[in-house]
Design a binder for this molecule. Structure first.
Ligand SMILES: Cc1cc2nc3c(=O)[nH]c(=O)nc-3n(C[C@H](O)[C@H](O)[C@H](O)COP(=O)(O)OP(=O)(O)OC[C@H]3O[C@@H](n4cnc5c(N)ncnc54)[C@H](O)[C@@H]3O)c2cc1C
Length: 750
């Protein structure tokens, strides 16, 4: 046995997506990080050992402009390029590579933390060290650091340190939550294992092992839909262990055996019942590590609740967002005789407060992932992995600030929360509603101009028609006044078409909120007519307009060939149009009812009657990194036939740039999934700038500082090593990955 001590600034225990993101975030802020993971693979439930799909605020494409940026954003966009088939092992590589690229991270795989040294009274404890045993190497490692992050999911580290926590469901009276039971209990969500199958191309027999369960004697065949070719997450419902008398940690071995008995029982049923076309199918992989959904939730200075999510509560310590529906399953899991999963989607993304990420009573303990300070009902939404990751990124940055200033997370909240938010935004993290405005960004003092600017929104390259059997809608950004729109349509008969303009309420929402103005127009029978609707509106603040065309069986619309940045189209579903994973969702929620999914990237053809300033060049320094009441990015005019476009920053005095950050548009509306339940038709976002140069104005001419080809990333940081003094810098966009326009969200100069 070898005994060692590892000293670092931050110890992150648990290498799921929360822990990985926390470690990367603290490391990027210059802190030495020990990342300790008890299994051989990073990624937690998303790893190839368990294979849960990484989902997040987009809610499988229900929510709009909701995909996360920051560390998980980088990984998902990279995965889209490196792993278009959604191979679980390639995803492992994406995560491992991201960690290995950080020189400040020391990674300890196969290292199980089992002991914590902490002292202090019950209300004021401090951790001094955590001890881990590295399996296969016989190394006992003592991790010392001023800050510790428990990202273990189960919360063992905090538990051993004496941190306050809860398990199970809170009583209704505690937080006034509609979905909470009258009395509190120990019910949690259960654990699950998956399996993968493949077609062997020749008949394959399957003789079930003795312990396989006869599922015909359970409710499974009646209550669950499954098909011979289903893999992985489609079997999310093979879930057990949530009932009050079972503990998802202490009964983990028993739960695994039960899950195996059911997996082999289901496979026996598929292969041998004669009800499936499965003669040549075989098992390719069966999980052996139960994917855990829920156990301890720590108590922080704030406990996030169902009401906070539904009301999209605004927090002064807003450091991340979520958007997955509140998604709770029956305690009996796969044996439930009634299908009673509950799903509810807020009207848009909700904020997560920093106070939910640190312990109320252990002064140097933070956490991220499924163990944060939230009620059971709120956890039903925050638990998805892209959301765990954005919380991890914020917690890692918070821990780094604590070390830098020698303070506790509570003091970060009390005195430095704006600094934390600005730091997170500097790294392009996922925060809604807060602009970046830190003075270290010299670009904020520059005058911005560009070669051109998209002024008039026109969605006018029709490729297919859409029958108007329900209300349809589209949104567009309004900055200045709107006169109205023209819509491309066919009329089978002479008819009256009714169009209404609504606002969307909160800037982060994309639903009809308040009616503003309407127009009814007589349309003669005829094809491909651009029909004008007068919808005068002059809102005081820039915001989106939600334009509804009411159902009319005589009308057919046209869908555009490609997505046009700044606009989205919807149809009003008469019943919920969602994937099999969300079958319990109902249609009275506006984000579900107004669905963009059937249209994919082919919006309805329309054009605005007036110009907009929504894409002006100064948007690259307005501090917003994602759509919020408008797109917040510069778009050039159409880059016809390879014409270059440029955007220029000019200062009154010369500056000496050392770092230039560029943020390009990777369409955060598009839902991405690491294992590609839904595939995108591209590996690189068409909106991303492809070839570009950064130039400085020196001695009366433009000199190239950076030349970049084949970019496929959203955020690029260029270090300027030359000694340059200039008062003008410009970005020249030579080509894009498919968009007609140069699309740039932010330029920052340090
Ligand atoms: C079957 C199933 C289906 C789900 N469906 C989805 C879905 O479709 N999409 C989605 O996004 N989310 C889904 N979830 C939820 C999601 O997977 C979890 O909430 C999420 O993984 C929690 O992330 P985490 O980083 O907190 O924990 P985890 O992913 O559990 O990672 C924690 C890591 O810490 C390690 N660890 C634990 N204890 C120690 C220790 N003592 N020492 C060192 N390391 C330790 C573990 O090995 C693990 O790798 C599902 C969960 C399950 C189980």
């Amino acid at each position: 046995m070898k005994y060692e001590t590892v000293r670092s600034d931050v110890t992150v225990i648990g290498g799921g997506l929360a822990g990985v993101s926390a470690a990367i975030s603290a490391a990027r802020m210059g802190k030495k990080v020990a990342l300790v993971q008890n299994r051989p693979v990073l990624g937690g439930n998303s790893s190839s050992e368990i294979r849960v799909w990484v989902l997040g605020a987009t809610g499988l494409g229900v929510n709009r402009y909701a995909r996360e940026t920051g560390i998980i954003g980088e990984m998902l966009v990279e995965n889209q390029f490196l792993n278009p088939d959604g191979n679980p092992y390639y995803w492992d590589l994406v995560v491992l590579e991201r960690v290995r690229k950080e020189p400040n991270i020391q990674l300890f795989l196969n290292t199980n933390v089992y002991e914590v040294e902490a002292d202090g009274d019950e209300n004021s404890r401090r951790i001094h060290a955590a001890k881990g045993f590295m399996m296969g190497s016989e190394r006992m490692i003592r991790f010392e650091s001023p800050m510790f992050l428990d990202c273990t999911g189960d919360g063992l580290v905090g538990f051993l340190a004496g941190a306050k926590y809860r398990i199970g469901r809170e009583a209704k009276h505690e937080f006034n939550e509609e979905w909470a039971p009258e009395e509190s209990d120990n019910v949690t969500l259960g654990s699950t294992m998956f399996f993968y199958t493949k077609d062997a191309g020749h008949p394959v027999k399957f003789i079930a092992p003795s312990f396989a369960k006869d599922i015909t004697k359970t409710a499974i065949p009646m209550k669950r839909v499954f098909k011979a070719g289903d893999n992985g997450c489609y079997y999310w419902w093979i879930e057990w262990g949530g009932e009050a008398h079972i503990d998802t940690i202490h009964d983990n071995e028993m739960i695994r055996d039960e899950l195996w008995s059911v997996i082999y029982g289901i496979w026996d049923y598929i292969k041998n019942s004669g009800k499936f076309d499965a003669e040549t199918m075989t098992l390719e992989w069966v999980g052996s590590v139960p994917g855990k959904r829920e156990h301890r939730r720590f108590i922080g200075d704030y406990i996030l609740t169902q009401n906070d999510l539904i009301n999209q509560k605004q927090f002064e310590d807003n450091i991340a967002f979520g958007g997955w529906s509140m998604d709770l399953h029956p305690p009996e899991g796969m044996y439930a005789s009634e299908y009673v999963s509950k799903l509810y989607c807020p009207d848009g993304n909700y904020q997560i407060p920093f106070r939910s990420l640190y312990s109320k009573n252990v002064e140097n303990l933070m956490f991220a992932g499924r163990n944060i300070s939230a009620t059971h009902v709120a956890f039903g939404s925050t638990r998805v992995m892209a959301t765990c990751s954005v919380m991890g990124e914020a917690a890692g940055a918070g821990a780094a600030l604590c070390v830098e200033k020698g303070i506790t997370p509570r003091e970060v909240y009390q005195r430095h929360i704006k600094e934390l938010q600005q730091t997170l935004l500097w790294y392009d993290a996922s925060i809604i509603g807060i602009p970046y405005n830190d003075k270290k960004d010299l670009a904020l003092n520059a005058k911005v101009k560009a070669s051109s600017q998209l002024k008039r929104i026109k969605v006018e390259d029709p490729i297919k028609t859409y029958e108007n059997s329900t209300d349809i809608a589209f949104i567009f950004p309004v900055e200045g006044k709107v006169d109205g729109v023209e819509i491309l349509l066919d009329a089978k008969e002479d008819t009256i078409v009714e169009v209404e303009l609504w606002d969307t309420g909160k800037p982060e929402n994309y639903i009809p909120h308040k009616f503003k103005v309407k127009d009814s127009v007589s349309v003669k029978k005829g094809e491909k007519q651009w029909v004008t609707f007068n919808l005068p509106w002059n809102p005081a603040q820039p915001q989106n307009a939600f334009v509804i065309v009411r159902e009319n069986e005589n009308i057919t619309f046209y869908q555009n060939e490609h997505q046009v940045t700044g606009t989205l189209s919807f149809i009003r579903e008469k019943k919920a149009n969602i994937s099999r994973l969300l079958e319990a969702i109902n249609n009275d929620q506006l984000v579900v009812q107004w669905s963009k999914k059937p249209l994919k990237r082919n919006p309805f053809c329309f054009r605005m009657l007036s110009d907009t300033d929504a894409f002006s060049p100064d948007k690259v320094t307005d501090g917003y990194l994602r759509p919020y009441g408008g797109p917040h990015m510069w778009l050039s005019e159409n880059m016809e036939e390879g014409r270059e476009e440029w955007i220029e920053l000019e200062w009154d005095q010369s500056i000496k740039p050392s770092e230039i950050h560029l943020v390009f548009n990777d369409d955060v509306n598009e839902d991405l999934n690491n294992l590609h339940h839904i595939k995108t038709p591209f590996e690189v976002f068409p909106e991303l700038v492809k070839d570009y140069r950064i130039e400085a104005y020196l001695d009366n001419e433009w000199k190239v500082l950076v030349e970049e080809k084949d970019n496929r990333k959203r955020r690029r940081v260029h270090n300027i090593v030359e000694d340059v003094k200039t008062n003008k810098i410009r970005l020249v966009v030579e080509s894009t990955n498919g968009s007609k326009y140069a699309e740039v969200i932010a330029i920052r100069v340090k």
